[in-house]
Design a protein around this ligand. Structure first.
Ligand SMILES: Nc1ncnc2c1ncn2[C@@H]1O[C@H](COP(=O)(O)OP(=O)(O)OP(=O)(O)O)[C@@H](O)[C@H]1O
Ligand SMILES: [Mg+2]
Length: 234
């Protein structure tokens, strides 16, 4: 049985059907990408999984347990972390405070920030007392990933981690995500518009079009899809 199994979920905003019976699964330790153009519902899917926008129908089994209908904090405590599009770190808090928030979310009081975090993000140790707003965009993205890691997740939902990030930093982020998967065994569900980045990192993928999955399979098959070919040609 997959670590996360999404069956037939539908999500509305007001009367608009944004996700229409989406099915998706991810095994323990896998890296799976979700591709699709602007506005097809990728972020809505993540908000649905993490409980911020509960689906009206369908089921979300995480480690055999139903998540649909649960509150975000309950889902996070089960071992899921969400790194939102646009990072959403707290700019006026320090790096340390941002990381502490990542540990609080586990529901346990006063647990120290895991030292492994600084092995992946050594610069955060040097900047620990700085306000997050003083970090560069790429560093803020890494802080957002580090904050997610602070909750000791089994799966991470990463929404467009390369958006607005310069190429040299994208390489760092690639390596970090790869290592979090291979060394920490964290399953990665990745939404990306950077198709090249996503297909290099993943073994399987899904393509969303107007709220439905139109293609899924190993990355080799995804590369053959006409939608992806048109992206890759750009
Ligand atoms: N809070 C909201 N209220 C109403 N409609 C919304 C809301 N959030 C998103 N939508 C609509 O839902 C659809 C899907 O949006 P979503 O943000 O999930 O797309 P996306 O695939 O993540 O796009 P992008 O690649 O631009 O991030 C869009 O038509 C969007 O306008
Ligand atoms: Mg989005």
């Amino acid at each position: 049985m997959p670590l996360l199994e999404i069956k037939d979920i539908s999500i509305y905003y007001e009367d608009a059907l944004i996700l229409n019976k989406v099915n998706l699964n991810i095994e323990q330790g896998e890296v799976v990408c979700i591709l699709g153009r602007n506005g097809v519902g990728k972020t809505t899917l993540f908000r649905g999984i993490i409980g911020l926008r509960p689906p009206t129908t369908g089921s979300i089994l995480f480690d055999h347990e139903e998540m649909a209908g649960k509150a975000p904090y309950q889902i996070v405590r089960k071992g899921m972390s969400y790194i939102p599009q646009g990072r959403e770190i707290f700019p006026d808090l320090t790096v340390e405070e941002n990381l502490k928030l990542g540990t609080f979310i586990t529901g346990k009081n006063n647990i120290p920030i895991r030292t492994e975090i600084f092995e992946y993000f050594p610069f955060l140790k040097e900047r620990i007392k700085d306000k997050a707003s003083r970090l560069s965009g790429g560093q803020q993205q890494m802080l957002a990933i580090a904050r997610g890691l602070a909750g000791n997740p089994r799966i991470m939902l990463l929404d467009e981690p390369t958006e607005g990030i310069q190429p040299s930093i994208i390489k760092n982020i690639f390596k970090i995500i790869k290592d979090l998967n291979s060394k920490e065994g964290i399953a990665i569900l990745l939404v990306e518009q950077n198709v090249d980045f996503a297909l290099k990192l993943s073994t399987r993928g899904y393509i969303l079009e107007k709220g439905t999955v139109v293609c899924e399979g190993p990355v080799d098959r995804i590369k053959e899809d006409s939608i992806v070919k048109s992206y890759l040609a750009v």
